[in-house]
Design a protein around this ligand. Structure first.
Ligand code: SF4
Ligand code: SF4
Length: 385
């Protein structure tokens, strides 16, 4: 058995708290400066660089994660490959027997790194965001001259070395017309069998740190109708997926604020602070460096007890029949308004547009005004219709 596979007997016992996956944001810095980005700081941001976790701190958290039964670690950023110690961290993680998922823009993938990936496979396909199929569309988004050629070089190296990866994209003005070209290319890549995923309903800056950038992001957001057109391009598949989804997830969740998976897994930001999910940066809910993963897991489990208090949330989201379709959550609310329980109007419109399309609501109806006795009847109508 390879040294990168953890035997069951190696797991410490008893395990009081488990985590299946750990997310580590290795840096907020990025070599791109994407127009829609909710997180990036400049590559040469000295203040951020000096605050980032040291290699030893990251290794310590990885050890803790392994002892909690963690099976997979996702390294994200910014651009995680900007860190000079990335390869050391990667090897350390794999030696602990944990699989690795890398989110990257592929610009810093080198021959020696691909050779390392051949020798020690990550066991999960790398995820690469593709900002455009041509230099002009790509660099209109990344605002980094030369980034397009570097991205292609990275992709070519992965292909040459047969390293599994999947591609995804963000729908923005300069690349909107290239969707078919992108998808046609994506289908030629080994392992990319289904249509790629897209980011299009962009988050505002997670740290609420840049009002100018937020105004730009708001302007770049696709309209709910445009989004619906894209989501339902493969109508049959979309309806099939959404019918199954509706059966399981449609219905109100009441005043429980964290009805999501927050607290079941863990995220660590670039500076060693624990977050219940990657998007949730509210300082009140972030644990400072020094707390253990196990302690944070216990504390984050208590999130399930937090109740919404905003009257607007209580009169709308708490009763909302289509909450399952809506991306409104404490993280999005905090990024938009600085509170955990404010309905996010943009997401509200998107959810309603989907509900009208599916027939869960008639045009103009509001999800929070539907009589609870009607919920099941409406779901059945959509599922069996
Ligand atoms: S590559 Fe990703 S992290 Fe970097 S600026 Fe673009 S969206 Fe942000
Ligand atoms: S659709 Fe609107 S009311 Fe319903 S949960 Fe989302 S934000 Fe709240």
């Amino acid at each position: 058995m390879s040294e990168y596979v953890r035997k069951e007997t190696q797991l410490p016992k008893p395990i009081k708290s488990h985590i299946y996956q750990l997310d580590i944001e290795l840096t907020e810095r990025c070599n791109n400066n994407c127009i829609h980005c909710c997180i990036n700081l400049p590559e040469n941001d000295d203040i951020s660089f000096h605050k980032e976790m040291t290699t030893d701190q990251i290794k310590e958290y990885l050890l803790q994660a392994a002892s909690l039964g963690c099976m997979a670690v996702r390294f994200t950023g910014g651009e995680p490959l900007l860190r000079n110690d990335f390869e050391e961290i990667y090897i350390f993680t794999r030696k602990l027997g944990m699989k690795v998922l890398i989110f990257t823009n592929a610009r810093l993938i080198t021959k020696s790194f691909t050779e390392l990936l051949v020798k020690i496979p990550p066991m999960i396909p790398i995820e690469i965001t593709v900002y455009g199929m041509h230099q002009s569309s790509y660099e209109a988004i990344t605002r980094s001259p030369g980034s397009f050629n570097q991205f292609w070089r990275g992709v070519d190296l992965l292909l040459e070395h047969k390293i599994p990866f999947i591609v995804k994209s963000a729908i923005l003005p300069s690349n909107k017309k290239e969707l078919i070209e992108f998808e046609t290319w994506a289908k030629t890549l080994p392992g990319n069998n289904s249509n790629p995923g897209y980011a299009m309903f962009f988050d505002l800056r997670n740290r609420r740190d840049d009002e100018t950038k937020n105004s730009l992001i708001k302007k770049l957001r696709i309209t709910p109708d445009e989004g619906m057109e894209i989501l339902s391009r493969d109508k049959e598949n979309y309806l099939h997926t959404m019918k199954q989804f509706s059966q399981k997830f449609i219905g109100p969740v009441g005043d429980q604020l964290f009805a999501c998976g927050a607290g079941q897994s863990l995220c660590i930001d670039a500076y060693g602070r624990f977050q219940p999910c990657m998007g949730l940066r509210d300082p009140e809910l972030v644990h400072k460096l020094g707390t253990t993963l196990a302690d944070s897991l216990v504390k984050f489990k208590q999130l399930k007890e937090i109740r919404a208090t905003n009257p607007e949330y209580l009169s709308r989201c708490a009763h909302c029949f289509i909450k399952g379709l809506c991306e409104q959550c404490p993280a999005k609310s905090w990024a938009e308004y600085g509170t955990l329980d404010t309905p996010v109007e943009y997401l509200c419109e998107i959810a309603h547009t989907q509900a009208y399309y599916l027939g869960l609501l008639s045009s103009g109806e509001k999800g929070w005004l539907i009589n609870p006795e009607e919920f099941q009847e409406r779901i059945d109508r959509v599922v069996n219709g």
